[in-house]
Design a protein around this ligand. Structure first.
Ligand code: MN
Ligand code: MN
Length: 290
């Protein structure tokens, strides 16, 4: 059965959403899962809050001189998850992502904790295979082999991606926290650009041309001053301006998938983290609908 085609009754849709799945090139869905979160849970409320505040931002973007009204995009709501069952949840995320890719539409997935990106990235990898580049923007390396014995956690998600993606095709930006093992692993395996985003991205943008790219964006890459509402905030991060500039810089790239994770609205002040997430999602949608 098709998971995303049946429209859920949502109090809010992400601004500008079309009525029907069939009418859209871009499909957004939320994954309200946060049960491997290590410090402060709450990201299961991320997608709903991001939708709710999205009505407060414009459909038109000054950055791209383009409006959501000009593109076709559909908000499929949040997945109905069997909460607590990691296997079944990951399976459902896989199925939903595979459905979008099968229909040659662009997946935008909103978490939820970072582990939700694993099945999304796996499905995108299944489509593009070894051509795929994974672009990981985060405060944390997420390269632990396991987290207190659990090998599937939001702290291990990129390491699990290394199980099927050649780590030479993984680019990590903004990372400023992890164990010594993760640091050494990143240094010798992935394309590792700690602390910064825009400057190293400019340097490697040429290498990324003509390759299909999936972006996995953990909101804690931003400084807690800009994005306080996240489970594991980490000081010394990038600004929202730098993040926007980086996203816009990627407009020359062949982006094939995008997920944004770890927004945890209960820790927010004036919805600033959710509003930032909504704006980033708007810019990505406008950018990928060429
Ligand atoms: Mn993180
Ligand atoms: Mn992460």
């Amino acid at each position: 059965m098709d998971i995303l085609k049946t429209k859920q009754t949502l109090f809010y849709n992400f601004i500008g959403s079309k009525e029907k799945y069939e009418d859209a090139n871009i499909i957004l869905f939320g994954v309200p899962m946060d049960f491997t979160t290590s410090f402060r849970p709450g990201t299961r409320q991320g997608p709903m809050k991001i939708r709710e505040v999205s009505i407060g931002i414009e459909e038109y973007s000054f950055y791209q001189n383009k409006s959501l009204e000009e593109i076709s995009y559909y908000d499929g709501g949040d997945l109905d998850l069997p909460i607590g069952n990691v296997d079944k949840c990951l399976e459902l995320i896989s199925k939903a992502t595979a459905e979008v890719l099968r229909d040659n539409k662009f997946p935008i997935v909103i978490g939820g904790e970072h582990l939700i990106s694993l099945p999304v990235i796996k499905e995108v990898y299944n489509k593009y295979e070894d051509d795929l580049i994974l672009l990981h923007i985060d405060a944390h390396a997420d390269l632990r082999e396991d987290y207190i014995g659990e090998n599937r956690s939001h702290a291990t998600v990129i390491r699990r991606c290394c199980d099927f993606i050649n780590s030479k095709n993984i680019y990590q930006f903004g990372i400023r926290s992890g164990t010594k093992e993760e640091y050494l692993y990143a240094k010798s395996n992935t394309n590792f650009y700690p602390f910064k985003l825009l400057e190293p991205l400019k340097k490697c943008i040429k290498d990324l041309q003509k390759r299909p790219i999936h972006i996995t964006l953990d909101i804690d890459a931003l400084d807690p001053a800009y994005a306080p509402a996240t489970g594991t905030p980490e000081a010394g991060g990038i600004s929202s301006k730098e993040m926007l500039d980086a996203i816009l810089l990627m407009s020359s790239l062949d982006i094939v998938g995008f997920d944004l994770v770890e927004v945890s609205p209960i820790y927010d002040v004036a919805d600033r983290t959710s509003l930032l997430a909504a704006k980033l999602i708007r810019e990505v949608m406008l950018m990928v609908s060429k």
